[in-house]
Design a protein around this ligand. Structure first.
Ligand SMILES: [Zn+2]
Ligand SMILES: [Zn+2]
Length: 193
């Protein structure tokens, strides 16, 4: 694994700026990998890891940088729960660990560096200094990862019987005897105008 500073440089490049969320995300991912004993996530261990992230904010970009898990490789899974947390799944051992940022970390940053008025600067510094135990909770968990969730899954593509569009990775549903995509089954996030 690289050092915190090296990862922060990579994260700044990927994310466009350095911020408290990057520091938090880099440390969160480093802790997760450490616990799993994954040393080279972008090299020899690159097929060992699937990562679930629970927020679409700064920290998530940093988690992707450290783990090498990307949405387009199906190794990064997004659960929109609005929480600064991620679960790291070692698919070679089946072990998984969920790391979450503690709610108390902002207050602790304030306590440690009252001399810094800017919140982002204050947290950026404090999040480098605070111990893992004060910054995060870590919990061993079990993640059900069906075959179609694995990055290398090769499955049959089916067509939605309503809209005709192709559906991959078993995302189709059955409704009244018909094979439908999630949009046609009523889960659509868009409406035709
Ligand atoms: Zn940011
Ligand atoms: Zn459809």
């Amino acid at each position: 694994m690289k050092s915190l500073d090296e990862y922060l440089r990579d994260a700044e490049l990927a994310h466009g700026h350095l911020c408290a969320g990057q520091v938090l995300g880099v440390r969160l991912a480093m802790l997760g990998l450490q616990k799993l004993g994954i040393e080279d996530p972008r090299g020899k261990d690159r097929k060992r890891l699937v990562t679930f992230v629970e927020i679409d904010r700064c920290a998530t970009d940093a988690v992707a940088v450290v783990t090498g898990c990307r949405l387009g490789k199906r190794a990064l899974k997004f659960r929109d729960w609005g929480k600064v947390a991620a679960t790291f799944v070692d698919v070679s051992s089946g072990k998984s660990i969920r790391i979450a940022a503690k709610e108390s970390s902002k207050a602790l940053a304030r306590q440690m560096h009252p001399e810094i008025a800017d919140k982002n600067q204050q947290q950026m510094l404090a999040y480098r200094e605070i111990s893992d135990d004060d910054l995060f909770t870590a919990q061993w968990v079990k993640v059900d990862l069906p075959p179609e969730e694995f990055p290398g899954y090769k499955g049959q593509r089916v067509a939605c019987e309503a809209c005709g569009e192709g559906i991959n990775f078993r995302r189709e549903t059955q409704r009244d005897g018909k094979t439908l995509c999630r949009a046609c089954a009523g889960e659509s996030y868009y409406q035709p105008t």
